[in-house]
Design a protein around this ligand. Structure first.
Ligand code: ADP
Ligand code: MG
Length: 601
């Protein structure tokens, strides 16, 4: 294939746009060129998050002197032989990456074509092209980019910390590497090897799974279900983890269309749909899905960075994704089907309306303080302590004669028993109330934390032995960037080396046994929401995560005192009718409805 200038008509069809917004986007374009050139080994070096240096060596086909000369011109490409934008099988086709990069940084390319004895070098600095000079490399192509954005300093202001930028580059490489298990990739960042993936051999599925597990972790491979399905001319393969292997962020969902990494709403939505019945709304599946379809069935030229795509028949693609995932999950024995009779369930009314105008009185004689508002009772007896009173023997059932009649007057009634160590069953004058103790308690902790933050300070507890939580560098830097905000929420953390944070203080409301998990989930939250939500929204979300970890778990035995306290506190707390994940915290079944169920009415 000869390199040549595209006709203007084609050029005009290629939407204009900025391709290079950060070091990782330059890196992506250059590595994609190496993959297009059929490289088997790609070695990358970056410095200062890619700002000072990005250097890439490949062992691909290389370029002749003439090709090298043209490669850095605008809209020159070897990859669109028929000018057919509907038929694209390479990463590149826009022919604008190299000239764009050369216009904002100091770019030099050294290349030796595989059929040529000579090797040449060209540089482009701030858009100015040098004359070609002879050079020496053994084979392939070496691209060096120094001082990115030196020519457009305004761009520099938009860059994040070096560490974040570096992490973006690692992510770019990981995604490309997942789609090319037979290519070996390495990345040195400031002298440290941060990516080291050797070429995988063996059959297609094994090679891919090995590559995925090298990137996503061994435990992913152990928990992954193989996906292999076809409908019409659309094919979908890959691996999806069982629902219990989930994460607090959608960032572990790797999606590819014709081996091109994408982040597409339609596909993400289909994945969410397939897992919907199996996961709480704030948990996300972990998977790598490869969709293949004839290139004329998909438009990749929607976006200069080519991250979004348009399918000609999106319904078919969506259907196949949902169907193949659901099948795999069903085969794994994780059925969504509920054994509860739908008709009976229909009679239970999830309550989420507030107890309007209700003020619980002081008649509950268990020594609780007057409770006029959310805060009163809870202040005299923190939620946490409420569940730590060990002096009362737990018993899960209140006999008829021991019911305190007054309690029947309360909206949520008198606790009668706890079932399955998860549900508190209570009785009012005319109904049966079933409370999900975890969901309810979580809501209470959450509301309490919000109040404390509003009042200007969350009560914290110092850890005698600070807890060290290990996590990825990316997570560490994300968390540490939000250090001050977290402090306002009662979580005092400190960076601890490259790959850990140490927790010094945490909110008194929470239970310290879950700290590691909490910190990891918070990092995920910040990844998902940190940049898109306003501070107050992010705060709510983080509070929610904390509350979830601070809450009495399903499976915990409660005594009658604890059960009644829980009910009273729910009555006094706004929004207590639903948990932070939007599920109801309790349902109420009116006696009249029970009678209907049994045909008495
Ligand atoms: P595109 O990839 O869209 O064609 P680029 O500006 O990225 O546009 O690259 C222009 C041309 O330079 C490519 O079409 C290809 O012929 C050549 N080229 C770039 N990088 C390499 C490489 N690493 N090995 C061989 N050829 C390359
Ligand atoms: Mg390219």
């Amino acid at each position: 294939m000869a390199i040549r200038i595209l006709p203007t008509s084609t050029v005009n069809r290629i939407a204009a746009g900025e391709v290079i917004e950060r070091p990782a986007s330059a890196l992506k374009e250059i590595v994609e060129n190496s993959l297009d050139a059929e490289a088997g080994v790609i070695e990358i070096t970056i410095e200062n998050g890619g700002r000072n240096l990005i250097s890439i060596t490949d062992n691909g086909t290389g370029m002749t002197k003439e090709e090298l000369e043209m490669a850095v011109e605008r809209h020159t490409t070897s990859k669109l032989p028929d000018d057919d934008l509907l038929n694209i099988d390479h990463f590149g086709f826009r022919g604008e990456a190299l000239p764009s990069i050369g216009s904002v940084g100091r770019l030099s390319i050294t290349s030796k074509h595989k059929n040529s004895d000579t090797c040449w070098k060209v540089s482009v600095e701030g858009g100015k092209k040098s004359r070609l000079s002879p050079a020496a490399i053994e084979s392939g192509t070496k691209v060096e980019l120094k001082d990115l954005f030196y020519a457009t300093p305004a761009r520099l202001k938009f860059l994040k910390s070096e560490r974040t930028e570096q992490q973006q580059s690692v992510d770019v490489i990981n995604r490309l590497a997942m789609a090319h298990p037979d290519v070996s990739f390495s990345l040195m960042a400031d002298g440290r090897k941060v990516v080291n993936l050797s070429a995988e051999q063996g059959n297609f599925f094994d090679a891919r799974l090995n590559r995925l597990s090298a990137i996503m972790g061994k435990d992913f491979a152990e928990n992954a279900l193989k996906i292999d399905a076809q409908r019409g001319n659309v094919k979908i393969t890959g691996y999806a983890a069982v629902p219990t292997f989930n994460r607090g962020t959608s960032s572990a969902q790797y999606l590819f269309v014709n081996n091109r990494p994408i982040k597409d709403r339609l596909v993400l939505g289909a994945v969410r749909g397939a897992y919907q019945d199996f996961l709480a709304r704030n948990r996300h599946p972990v998977l790598a899905l490869f969709i293949e379809l004839p290139s004329e069935e998909v438009d990749v030229n929607v976006h200069p960075a080519k991250a979004e795509v348009r399918f000609r028949d999106s319904g078919q693609v969506r259907g196949l994704i949902v169907g193949s995932l659901k099948n795999a999950l069903a085969e794994a024995g994780h059925r969504a089907s509920s054994t509860v009779s739908q008709s009976a369930l229909g009679s239970f009314v999830p309550r989420s309306a507030p107890f309007s105008g209700y003020r619980s009185g002081g008649s509950y004689n268990s020594g609780l303080a007057e409770k006029s508002e959310f805060s009163t009772f809870i202040n005299s007896s923190p939620v946490k302590e409420l569940f730590e009173q060990n002096d009362i023997t737990p018993f899960a059932k209140v006999p008829d004669e021991e019911i305190e009649q007054d309690l029947l007057e309360y909206p949520l009634g008198a606790a009668r028993c706890q079932l399955h160590e998860t549900y508190v069953v209570a009785q009012t004058k005319d109904s049966i109330v079933i409370v999900d103790q975890h969901a309810a308690h979580e809501r209470l902790v959450y509301e309490r934390m919000k109040k404390e933050i509003e009042k200007g300070g969350v009560k914290t507890q110092k850890l005698l032995i600070p807890e060290v939580v290990e996590m990825s560098e990316a997570d560490v830097s994300r968390l540490c960037e939000k250090k001050e905000e977290l402090e306002k929420m009662g979580l005092v953390i400190e960076q601890f080396g490259e790959k850990a944070v140490v927790v010094n203080e945490f909110p008194s409301l929470l239970d310290k046994t879950n700290i590691t998990r909490l910190i990891k989930d918070l990092a995920d939250d910040i990844n998902d929401f940190g940049e898109t939500l306003s501070f107050s929204e992010a705060l709510e979300h983080v509070c929610g995560t904390m509350a979830c970890h601070g809450s009495v778990r399903a499976g915990r035995k409660l005594n009658v005192h604890e059960m009644n306290s829980l009910l009273r506190e729910m009555e006094a707390t706004s929004h207590s009718g639903q948990c932070n994940h939007g599920r109801p915290t309790y349902v109420e079944l009116k006696l009249s409805e029970v009678e209907k169920l049994f045909g008495r009415r």
